[in-house]
Design a binder for this molecule. Structure first.
Ligand code: ADP
Length: 158
């Protein structure tokens, strides 16, 4: 069984992340969306909220699971029986950022490969950081987050 881990902060999950999971789920038997929890890093949504938003976004993808983890991504990936890391690439800056991480992960894991998917034109400008800014000032979320996620956030903030 081919399993991939898609690690990130997902604070919150955007249409860009969703696209990568959906496309990854056609390549792998299972995709684990793994939320890296770093207690030192301030997040807009707490861990349980981020889990709930990912479930809301991807309820229709049967071979997707959500997990929380701390520590090295490759250690957690191995614990979960994943042979691959999955990451999205939006632009050249993402590639430069991802290149040493992928090589380091391959080195310290004894050969675990990172599979990159190039994001489509419709989502390549979307980042959780910018979404948080728009959210903070009450801007429109349509086209950035899926309707199910927007609805769930409204419930959380009510
Ligand atoms: P990090 O906290 O490491 O920046 P994120 O949670 O922002 O991680 O993103 C996790 C993964 O999702 C990364 O591979 C990132 O490149 C990818 N990603 C984020 N936004 C998009 C997008 N709009 N299109 C494609 N991939 C994306």
């Amino acid at each position: 069984m081919k399993k991939a881990i898609f690690p990130g902060s997902f604070d919150p999950i955007t249409l860009g992340h969703e696209e990568i999971v959906r496309r990854g789920a056609t390549l792998f038997d299972e995709v684990i969306v793994a939320i890296g929890v770093n207690s030192a890093k301030h997040s807009a949504f707490d861990a349980q909220e981020r889990v709930a938003l990912i479930h809301a976004a991807l309820a229709d993808v049967p071979n997707m699971k959500v997990e929380l983890y701390e520590g090295l991504t490759v250690t957690f990936a191995k614990q979960k029986g994943c042979q691959f890391l999955l990451r999205g690439l939006r632009n050249a800056a993402d590639l430069e950022y991802e290149r040493p991480i992928a090589l380091m992960n391959r080195q310290i894991s004894g050969g675990m490969e990172t599979v990159f998917l190039i994001s489509s034109g419709e989502t390549s400008h979307i980042s959780s950081t910018l979404v948080r800014e728009v959210l903070k000032y009450g801007g429109p979320m349509e086209g950035l987050l899926s309707p199910a996620v927007i609805h769930a956030i409204q419930g959380m903030r009510a």
